[in-house]
Design a protein around this ligand. Structure first.
Ligand code: SAM
Ligand code: SF4
Length: 339
């Protein structure tokens, strides 16, 4: 039964469940497709077309959509991009987002450049957990990977976040041969010095980024870093995503593996994505998406919006095409979709 067909039914009575019986309670919102970095695996250095400003959802529109999602049972929201911290007014937006009824967890993913200057406001917005992208611990490599000489700034942001008590701080490392495969052990060792969660992410071939030949899978990473000691599995907790979690004995932090390619987690996927342009993507790595912006701008009610969302969610693909070898590259832009 859907919301519009029964006026007695409240939105909060309906839950987001797809036809494969997966419960969807986690929404990632990309608030901008713009970025102050150009990471080699995310934005290729040429031919990037940005959305016109008018095509990007306003904060009011995003809040309205997010409210419908929380009424339908979404309890976790992560704000991402592009780089979320470059959008004007982001902290005030996060404060409003954090006040939505039913939301128990609000977090952001950032490249860290602007984190230090915004960190006080982020804390007051109720953000406790941060994901920060950090693909190298070597200053000289940082610019080659990201296009920007900002290693010190990002590292300072990480340290400030740590000193201010943000926990957990997850460091996202996209592992690539010839780029950072020589640093896997250094990253793993960081988990002894700091309570960081080091998350090795398998590269996903999205858009025009062509690094498939450099793809490094979790089993190889695991085997390399196991040379410093046995990895002890960590029990899953409430806010766990798909990461397979481990710890070295006596380490303060953890090691996680995100394996969208080598051991896809489609069967237990609880994620939805709202793109900067106002489309709902029920699967990051599948082409389909549902336009929420047009009906919203045409004046639809919350119930009508909920109807559209429920239908799209019901049809969430069982698995992504890379998992079944139906595709080798996925179209779209990671920065619009939101990683
Ligand atoms: N700008 C922010 C950042 O970099 O943390 C947030 C947006 S970024 C798209 C979100 C995450 O997606 C980052 O951790 C990034 O490393 C990851 N990512 C981007 N492109 C990827 C790719 N092709 N494969 C795997 N992860 C990717
Ligand atoms: Fe920007 Fe994040 Fe993409 Fe890097 S991964 S280009 S920081 S959006």
């Amino acid at each position: 039964m859907t919301a519009g067909r029964n006026n007695i039914l409240k939105l909060s009575d309906i839950k987001l469940i797809d036809k494969h019986k997966r419960k969807l309670n986690y929404l990632r919102i990309s608030v901008t497709d713009r970025c102050n970095m150009q990471c080699i695996y995310c934005m290729t250095h040429e031919n990037i077309t940005m959305l016109p400003g008018s095509e990007i959802l306003s904060y009011e529109e995003t809040l309205r959509i997010a409210k419908v999602f929380t009424q339908l049972g979404v309890s976790k929201i992560r704000v991402t991009g592009g780089e979320p911290l470059i959008r004007k007014g982001i902290c005030d937006f996060l404060i409003k987002l954090g006040k939505l009824d039913g939301l128990s967890d609000l977090s952001i993913t950032t490249n860290g450049i602007l984190l230090k200057e915004k960190i006080e406001k982020l804390k007051s917005a109720g953000i406790k957990r941060l994901n920060i992208s950090m693909d190298t611990l070597k200053k000289y490599k940082f610019e080659n990977i990201t296009g920007v000489d900002a290693f010190d700034k990002v590292w300072e942001s990480i340290m400030t976040a740590h000193e201010m008590g943000f926990y957990p701080i997850k460091l996202n490392v996209v592992a690539l041969y010839g780029i950072n495969d020589d640093e896997l052990i250094d990253f793993a060792r960081l988990s002894f010095s700091y309570p960081f969660h080091i998350r090795f992410i398998e590269y996903m071939p999205i858009g025009t980024s062509q690094l498939v030949s450099r793809q490094l899978f979790a089993t190889e990473i695991k085997s390399i870093i196991s040379s410093i000691g046995p990895l002890i599995p960590v029990e899953k907790s409430t806010f766990d995503g798909p990461a397979q979690r481990y710890k070295f004995e006596n380490a303060k932090g953890e090691i996680g593996f995100i394996r969208p390619i080598s051991e896809h987690f489609c069967g237990s996927c609880n994620r939805l994505r709202l793109t900067a342009s106002g489309n709902l993507k029920t699967c990051l790595l599948s082409d389909g998406q549902t336009d929420l912006k047009t009906p919203l701008r045409n004046g639809c009610s919350d119930k009508e919006l909920a109807e559209i969302i429920l239908k799209a969610v019901y049809d969430k693909p069982l698995e992504h095409p890379l998992a079944s070898n139906c595709a080798t590259v996925i179209s779209g832009d990671m920065c619009n979709i939101g990683g």
